[in-house]
Design a protein around this ligand. Structure first.
Ligand SMILES: Nc1ncnc2c1ncn2[C@@H]1O[C@H](COP(=O)(O)OP(=O)(O)OP(=O)(O)O)[C@@H](O)[C@H]1O
Ligand SMILES: [Mg+2]
Length: 359
């Protein structure tokens, strides 16, 4: 499994655009690819049509350290997008995650461990980092065997880049982890002279490690993102789709033979007995549907809310421990048993509860 992080502290240099379209291009070349959105702004998720209100569980639920919330494996939050391309969406909650960790040293390998616990392999994992050098970027750099640094040529500044390179150096010294780092010129405008001076500056920082398939500036990028599609699926003959296809071929030839990330000693999560169970409730015109039962102390709260997957179809995934559980749905204040489940039992209050049994 090759893990590639798109990182640069500078905002708007093409990290997300490259993450989406490199992932989609690799997938189109037959490589099984996973794109992980590690930016709380969730632009990569939006760019592939995953709007915030459609996201039930995100990479936050996988990385979180909060009591009772670490019930999700990476597999549980993966959303299929296109043939060979899957997405792990982001969520605004991710912006608070850094504060959850007190032991910073240990928390740096959180993402790497989650990737190591995947039970089915991807050939490529692409990580879209936020424009900052905090917990999320550090986790991405720790998990990555390759780092691509998109650099917008028109406003190149070496300052931001040198901080990123120092962070990578820190990983080498502290954890003997040395990802390979490449610069990628983005938003190249062929009409302005491709400045030798700037290229010289980039070479000073990156040596020979510059990807030589630059990404040109083109309006189709914004159009495809507004439609929630990759360039290849939006307009496969466009200049943008071509540029990213050529880039993905260069990436394949440069790094496909490089050593892959090995999980010598994968520290899987302790297996927790029990399983995730999907609850589904169909009702038209409801404003709010909750799921309550002995597993959440029959308490109505934000955590008991179902998510409206489509008009009239409500859904919630709950992790249940082995044993028998009693539950009910609450639709705009009205308590009811589960119409799709025949197993009912009387409760002490003279009513009935639905029953689910987990091995
Ligand atoms: N090749 C391109 N041609 C034209 N516009 C582009 C190109 N690449 C990116 N853009 C546009 O530039 C803006 C910034 O790009 P993008 O979101 O990929 O950058 P980013 O580095 O991920 O930003 P942030 O740091 O905020 O996460 C977006 O509006 C995007 O549509
Ligand atoms: Mg971005």
């Amino acid at each position: 499994m090759h893990v590639i992080a798109l990182s640069n502290q500078k905002g708007g240099c093409g990290k997300t655009t490259t993450a989406i379209n490199l992932a989609a291009s690799l997938a189109s070349l037959g490589k099984r690819t996973l794109l992980m959105d590690l930016d709380p702004q969730a632009h990569a998720s939006f760019g592939l049509g995953m709007r915030g209100d459609k996201v039930e569980a995100s990479v936050y639920n996988v990385l979180t350290d909060q009591e009772g919330k670490r019930k999700y494996f990476l597999e549980d939050v993966i959303v299929p997008i296109e043939t060979q391309l899957d997405l792990v969406p982001s969520h605004i909650l991710l912006s608070t995650i850094e504060q959850e960790f007190t032991n910073k040293d240990e928390s740096v390998s959180r993402l790497r461990e989650a990737l190591g616990s995947l039970s089915f392999p991807y050939q490529f994992v692409i990580l879209d980092c936020p424009p900052s050098l905090g917990f999320l970027t550090f986790n991405a750099l720790r998990a990555a065997d390759t780092v691509i640094v998109p650099i917008e040529l028109s406003s190149f500044s070496l300052m931001g880049v040198s901080k990123l390179l120092s962070m990578i150096e820190l990983l080498r010294v502290k954890m003997q982890h040395t990802p390979k780092v490449y610069a990628l010129p983005t938003m190249v405008d062929m009409r302005t002279r491709f400045s030798k001076h700037i290229l010289g500056e980039i070479q000073r920082a990156f040596g020979e490690n510059i990807l030589s398939s630059p990404v040109r500036q083109t309006v189709v990028v914004r159009e495809s993102q507004a439609k929630g599609r990759s360039l290849l699926s939006y307009d496969k003959k466009s200049k943008g789709a071509m540029d990213y296809l050529i880039l993905s071929q260069e990436v394949l030839s440069k790094i496909a033979n490089a050593p892959e990330t090995q999980y010598e000693n994968p520290r899987r999560f302790e297996p927790v007995p029990g399983s995730l169970r999907d609850f589904i409730f169909k009702t038209q015109g409801a404003r709010e549907v909750h799921l309550v039962g002995d597993f959440n102390h029959w308490r109505i709260s934000n955590d008991s809310l179902l998510w409206q997957k489509e008009e009239g179809l409500w859904q919630k995934k709950v992790f249940l421990e082995p044993g028998r559980h009693r539950y009910k749905f609450v639709i705009d204040g009205q308590w009811t048993t589960d119409p799709s489940n025949d197993r009912l039992e009387p409760n002490p209050y003279g009513g009935l509860d639905s029953i689910v049994e987990i091995e």
